[in-house]
Structures are given as C-alpha cells and as structure tokens.
Design a protein around this ligand. Structure first.
Ligand code: ZN
Ligand code: ZN
Length: 406
C-alpha cells in the first residue's frame, strides 16, 4: 500500500472509533460559549470557529467528520462562531501544559529523529541549532512519547498539583488533570475566580511556578547572618529549604549540578548538616563552601523545585485545547482524564489505548523500543511485522510505518 492507503487506513480506524464511542465523548462545560476546532485528515487543514448548542449535535458532527484532532477553546465567548475580533471574550479557564519537550530527561531524547530539510542529513538526540552537514536551520522531526520522558512529565505534574493546592488554595476537585495523548499532561482550572484573569496575571502565575525572578534573599536567605529558610516554611521558602536539603544529601546530585568541588567538604560534614536542619539550618555553616558556593546551591535547589510548564500556553487567553476522550492524531492514543489521586499509578500506554482489536501487518522504517499494554516492541529498522492494532496504529500515526495488508 502506498502513502495514501496508509492515510486512508488510519482515517478509517478513527471513523470506527468515533462511530462507536461518540457517546462517551463529553463536550466541555458551557459548550455553547466555546469555539470548537478540528484538524482534518484529507486537507491537512484546521476547521475552526465552530459552535455547538448541545451534546447530541456535537457528537453527531464528530461521527460524520471523524477528524484527526478535536480541540475547543479554553475561552468563553459571546459568539464563538464569529471571527476572532468579533467573538466577544467573556473569560477563560486557567490551563497548564506540561510537555516533555520542555523538560531535561534522563533518556536525553535519544529516541528523537530529526532530518535536515535542505540536505536530508538526519540524526538522533535533541534537534541541533544548525545541520552539521550543510548548516541548514530547517528540520522535520519526530518527537517520541517515550516512557522515561512521560515519567518526567508526570513528576512535574505532581509538583504542579502540589503548588496549586498548597500555595494557591485550589482543592483537588477543582483541578482537572489529563494525559495529553502525546508527550505530557494538562492541568486545567475552571473555577469562577480565574476566568477573568488577563494574560499578564496568568503570566505572573506561570512565573511563580517556574521560579522566574526568584530572589532567595527575599525568602529569608542571609548568608552573612548564616540564616535561611527552614523545612517547615510554606511556599517558596520551604521549597528552597527542601531543594537544598535534598541536594546536600546526595553526592550524585551535587556532581550533576557541577558542584563536585564542594561535594567532598559537604560529604565529610553530612552528619552536622543533617543535625542543623532541626535548628537554624546549615546556611553558611559548611566549612569549605563560601558565599558563591551557597548561591549556586540555592539556585540549583530552587530550579529542582520549579515546575517545567509551557509558560506560553498558560498566558494565552484564547488557547485551543484537546478534548478528553478524543484521539491524538500523532499517536492514536486518547487524551484521558485522571483523578489527581491516581496520577502516580497512571500508565498512558495502557489507559490511553484507543484501538484494542485486531492486528495488522505494517512495514516499519525506523522506531525505538516502546511498550504498549504491557508488551515491549522494537527497536525496529526496515522491518515487516504483524502487530496488535494498538502498536500498529501508534507507529502508523507517528508516521514511521506503512500498512501492508489487513
Ligand atoms: Zn543539512
Ligand atoms: Zn525519552
């Protein structure tokens, strides 16, 4: 089968999914004030500015269209079907996007493949600034939703939920948490008090979470007086203390942070450091670590406690977001909601699988190892294999395989 037939196969599977599951795809709250958008298979275009009054009409439309992606606006509008300038903005949910693309991960993204658009030179690891062969700056690429990347994204999401609860006072019931369907997680707040926040206010919230402009001396750190935040403190004070505590307790973390010079001094005084946390803390009191050393320690500690959200998404008051239980066109996985209490055990490669029946023979150009529904597959290179539908659809949607026969 050629490219077109692979496309038709994917589209047919999506249509099947929407015809069987449209009843479980719930429209967002206040649906009549939201803009809906769909990306289509055939034209590769975005169908925007759609509006719906009730669930039945929306679900019927989904069945008929069976799009590659389904989005709705985080914003509420008077007239969602009008063009942007005439929609009449009424407010927007507060949204946070955590994507592995913004997190340094232990796998170093060795699974990502990029190709230079000028000379076709390709490589692995994160995309370079310039092509090593021709110096070109345009690349096409595949970013891979790997298990390690997704675990890192999950850890950031856990941190985010903690800060939203502890520092902002949201309850767990007010936080809508979901797997994005690709390389990350979404957290959304729909309470009345956030709806009319403007872009500036949302940027402030993003800066607070990412620790941008954080000045430790304003959080109780005074090196001359050898005092600093304590582990019992709330907010960023306590977080700086916690990060410092964890950093000083781990030789490996110290070395990773480029503090190997001081690590011997710290290791030899570990017992005293531990004891001091119950009093005023070890601030300034470690022999062999000067003011500059402490500044670096606090900087690394704060960095470890900050949340790696995509700040552009949070500040955007017109953002389109994927609707839960619809399929991500690039993976064949669903966006799924998760109770914050179950986030720890959540496995996207089990819970987000949309295509569970049958198998299909495909030709795989190249794919790193992956795991779906508890089974490991790959790595593959120029191979013809028959795989269960979930694994095949994943590779087909990622664009690294073609359908051979059904
Ligand atoms: Zn090149
Ligand atoms: Zn990875």
């Amino acid at each position: 089968m050629d490219e077109f037939q692979t496309q038709a196969f994917i589209q047919h599977k999506f249509a099947e999914y929407y015809s069987q599951n449209s009843g479980s795809i719930h429209p967002p709250t206040s649906m009549d004030t939201r803009e809906f958008a769909f990306s289509l298979f055939k034209q590769k275009i975005m169908l925007r500015h759609k509006g719906f009054k009730e669930a039945g009409g929306f679900q019927g439309f989904l069945k008929e269209l069976s799009p590659a992606d389904v989005y709705y606006s985080s914003a509420y509008y008077e007239s969602p079907e009008e063009e942007m300038s005439r929609k009449g903005w009424l407010g927007a949910d507060l949204i946070f996007d955590i994507d592995a693309d913004h997190i340094p991960t232990p796998c170093d993204r060795s699974h990502d493949i990029w190709t230079c658009k000028d000379c076709n030179f390709s490589g692995r690891t994160a995309k370079p600034e310039r092509c090593p062969q021709c110096g070109g700056q345009k690349f096409s690429g595949i970013s891979w939703p790997c298990g390690i990347c997704l675990e890192s994204a999950k850890r950031e999401t856990t941190k985010l939920i903690e800060i939203l609860e502890e520092d902002f006072g949201f309850s767990k019931q007010e936080l809508i948490v979901a797997f994005s369907g690709h390389r990350g997680y979404h957290v959304q707040v729909e309470v009345e008090s956030v709806k009319t926040l403007d872009s500036m206010a949302r940027r402030e919230i993003a800066d607070y979470l990412t620790g941008i402009g954080l000045e430790p001396t304003l959080h109780g750190l005074n090196m001359k007086a050898c005092v600093g935040p304590s582990l019992e403190d709330v907010g960023w004070k306590g977080r700086i203390a916690k990060g410092t505590y964890e950093l000083l307790a781990s030789q490996e973390e110290l070395e990773k942070a480029g503090l190997s010079k001081m690590s011997a001094a710290i290791t030899s005084q570990r017992k005293e450091i531990q004891d001091r946390w119950s009093k005023k803390g070890p601030w300034g009191l470690v022999i062999g670590v000067g003011t500059e050393g402490w500044e670096r320690i606090v900087q690394v500690a704060a960095e470890s406690q900050s949340v790696k959200i995509d700040t552009v998404v949070t500040a955007d008051v017109h953002r389109l977001i994927r609707l839960a239980n619809t399929i991500h066109g690039e993976t064949g996985l669903k966006k799924v909601r998760i109770s914050p209490d179950n986030l720890e055990q959540f496995d996207p490669f089990k819970s987000a699988v949309a295509f569970k029946q049958g198998s299909v023979t495909i030709n795989i150009a190249e794919a790193p190892e992956f795991r779906i529904e508890g089974v490991n597959y790959g790595p593959f290179k120029n191979q013809r294999v028959e795989l269960p539908m979930a694994a095949s659809m994943f590779l087909l949607c990622k664009g690294v395989a073609k359908v051979l026969e059904e």
